[in-house]
Design a protein around this ligand. Structure first.
Ligand SMILES: *Cc1c(COP(=O)(O)O)cnc(C)c1O
Length: 219
């Protein structure tokens, strides 16, 4: 538990997988964590954070960005059309693009305000009916659309089904990314980030293993 432990666990997983050390970016997921825990991780020198709700992030990150320079903020939760502008004013990366409509809106508004956020397409690797993410059969088309729109497309993101071995989903995501010529893989959370690193994750999203249990549900 804690930032140092997770950082060294990631380095060990990289070594075990024969990967270059430091090739995985750790996104510290600070949603619903008490401010003092977030500040402690900032004071320890970490600068890359993830939030899953635009509104919650708006409430805390403008001040934290001001107080601590060089923060990079990643949106890892669903993004509604009416929140795109607010999201693009605050976040440096969006991991949850899962429709052409959303991709178009992001392209339009980023052009207007002059930003080029890093973009990940979220894939519903389990083809779960209620789950966010583009269906497996539609990933290649959405990737092509993001490229046509000139988005700064980095790669793919997934959240495996809770009751399945995550490695199967990580391997599938890696395969789809490769087929599409994409290098970025946003996958792995507190319980499975080492398996994700073994399968090529470039970004792991770790919350509770860094900050401790969330004090209230993340919704
Ligand atoms: C909350 C969240 C995480 C982090 O979860 P932990 O289990 O606390 O590490 C990662 N990814 C997404 C999309 C999340 O919403």
């Amino acid at each position: 538990m804690g930032l140092d432990q997770i950082t060294s666990d990631i380095a060990a997983a990289e070594r075990n997988a024969g990967r270059e050390e430091g090739s995985t970016q750790l996104i510290a997921v600070s949603k619903v964590q008490p401010l003092e825990r977030v500040e402690a991780v900032l004071k320890a020198g970490h600068r890359v954070f993830g939030e899953n709700r635009v509104q919650e992030a708006q409430g805390k990150w403008p001040a934290l960005k001001e107080a601590f320079g060089g923060v990079e903020l990643h949106l890892i939760g669903p993004l509604q059309s009416n929140k795109v502008r607010a999201a693009l004013e605050l976040f440096d990366a969006i991991h949850t693009v899962d429709s052409e409509k959303l991709a178009r809106r992001i392209a339009m508004i980023s052009g207007e305000i002059g930003v080029t956020p890093k973009i990940f397409v979220q894939v519903n690797t389990g083809d779960e009916p209620q789950k966010a993410g583009v269906a497996l059969a539609e990933v290649d088309t959405l990737v092509a659309t993001c490229r046509e729109l000139g988005l700064n497309l980095q790669g793919l993101m997934c959240i495996p089904p809770v009751d399945e071995e995550p490695s199967l989903h990580f391997a599938l995501l890696a395969k789809i990314a490769k087929r599409n010529g994409l290098a970025g893989l946003s996958m792995g959370m507190s319980s499975d980030f080492e398996r994700a690193v073994a399968l090529g994750a470039t970004h792991v999203r770790v919350g509770s293993a860094i900050f401790g249990d969330r004090v209230r549900p993340a919704g």
